[in-house]
Design a protein around this ligand. Structure first.
Ligand code: HEM
Length: 426
């Protein structure tokens, strides 16, 4: 998909550059070869680009703090005013639960209770029904926007239903507005005007979540909000989540579980539309779990939704031969690590039989490895199966180079994906 181009680096390049943003792999490849822990002057942080260095940082939660990595730059310079609005109109300034141990350890054990293997397995039939309805809804039209018509509505509906929200009150657009307002607080591009608008949206979201928490406290149901509200640890001093933690966890699941998975499904459509013959090759194997899981996993390696996330160095630390000064920020570039040919030979090739496909860093690694991984993998596999089963001749209607990605640092998310296709005749 992406050629093996490289660039001669001058030290002035930044991941924010729109040209790099739309096709970052030549930049990553050049960084790994020429300056693997690169100070990005536009972002004022170090990009960690090699696989081994990324793993080292991810597993060193003493020297690299996730809590500081997020909270030091929360709300992009407007934190006091933002906090005031949230206290006044939103029931409190409730931060994301991006914590270091030991607070993280307790919270992680409580939140894992919403993702047990059998719980995720039980969700599969309902998720398949949602996917089938959505793909059937576009199949006859012969054309759609993969982002607005498939990826976005699919995951917004799935996570809303799994949490227990009433879908008839929520809807795709509302989930997208909530998601953007929360992600802008860590996206580093928010202006004061954006912040004022986002703060009001987040006040509404917090009140909405609180209403559900109160209802599930009285009357639990088979949903994630009930799991979170009633989760209890047998042996801890502080066995239950506080109201603050409940709101933050539910908000975190809504946001983390939506955009990332939608991007993964959109990327999967992009691969099916641009790799000739792949769709027809996969069709006879659509019910083969092993093949479909490997296809999903390799796709997640090749085009990870999250390109990089942040940590703060707690003291001067040597990373792969570069000194990262105390208090500076690093961005662990999962997408570059997944493209490192010392770990994944011929990395730009989609190879379903790749022996180490599961070693990708798409979901992170170490103590913060994605807690929703089994739900995400299952959703994407079901989406892949029902798309492959129902659609053929999927094609992009614009040249690949004309696709535009959203202006965010953390994720690689398409603005839109215009497609044509035909309904498969079987
Ligand atoms: C394809 C879909 C997804 C991708 C690519 C993804 C990616 C990631 C990554 C890279 C991390 C590590 C963060 C770090 O190291 O700083 C993470 C953590 C997390 N993810 Fe996901 N995620 C996905 C889906 C989900 C879903 C469906 C949920 C929940 C409904 C979820 C909830 C979380 C939470 C709560 C964490 C924080 C875990 C912790 O700090 O212990 N994610 N995810």
């Amino acid at each position: 998909m992406t050629t093996l181009e490289t660039m001669d680096l001058t030290g002035e390049e930044t991941r924010l550059d729109p040209v790099i943003r739309n096709n970052p792999f030549p930049f990553y490849r050049s960084l790994r070869a020429q300056d693997p822990v690169y100070y990005d002057p536009g972002l004022d942080l170090y990009l960690v680009t090699r696989y081994q260095d990324a793993v080292t940082v991810l597993h060193d939660d003493i020297n690299f703090s996730l809590e500081h990595g997020y909270q030091d730059r929360y709300a992009n310079g407007h934190i006091e005013e933002f906090a005031e609005i949230m206290e006044r109109d939103g029931g409190g300034f409730i931060r994301d639960l991006t914590l270091d141990p030991p607070a993280h350890t307790r919270l992680r054990r409580l939140t894992e209770k919403a993702f047990t293997a059998h719980r995720v397995k039980d969700l599969e039939p309902r998720i398949r029904q949602i996917v089938v309805d959505l793909v059937e809804g576009v199949a006859e039209r012969g054309e759609c926007d993969g982002v607005a018509d498939i990826g976005g509505p699919l995951t917004a509906r799935i996570i809303s239903e799994q949490l227990g929200f009433d879908w008839s009150e929520v809807g795709t657009e509302q989930v997208a507005i909530w998601t953007k307002a929360v992600l802008d607080q860590i996206g580093r591009m928010q202006t004061r005007e954006d912040m004022l608008e986002n703060a009001q949206v987040m006040c509404g979201l917090q009140k909405y979540i609180t209403r559900y928490i109160e209802a599930r406290e009285k009357e639990p149901r088979e949903d994630m909000i009930s799991d979170i509200v009633h989760a209890e640890l047998q042996d801890a001093e502080n066995p239950k989540l506080s109201r603050y933690e409940q709101i933050s966890t539910i908000r975190g699941f809504l946001i983390a579980g939506n955009d990332t998975t939608a991007t993964a499904i959109t990327n999967l459509l992009l691969v099916l539309a641009t790799q000739p013959g792949l769709l027809d090759e996969l069709f006879p194997q659509v019910d083969n779990e092993r093949v479909m899981m490997r296809f999903v996993e390799e796709n997640l390696r090749l085009m990870p939704p999250v390109h990089g996330l942040f940590r703060t160095a707690m003291k001067d630390v040597d990373v792969g031969g570069t000194l990262v000064p105390a208090e500076s920020q690093v961005c662990i570039m999962y997408a570059s690590a997944n493209d490192d040919d010392s770990k994944f030979p011929d990395p730009r090739k989609l190879d379903i039989e790749r022996p180490n496909v599961g070693a990708s860093l798409t979901f992170g690694s170490g103590i913060h490895k994605c807690v929703g991984i089994s739900l995400a993998r299952m959703e994407i596999k079901v989406a892949a199966q029902e798309i492959i089963r129902r659609l053929e001749n999927i094609r992009l209607t614009v040249p690949l180079e004309q696709l535009i990605y959203q202006p965010t640092m953390a994720s690689q998310t398409l603005e839109s994906l215009p497609l044509t296709f035909t309904r498969r005749q079987v």
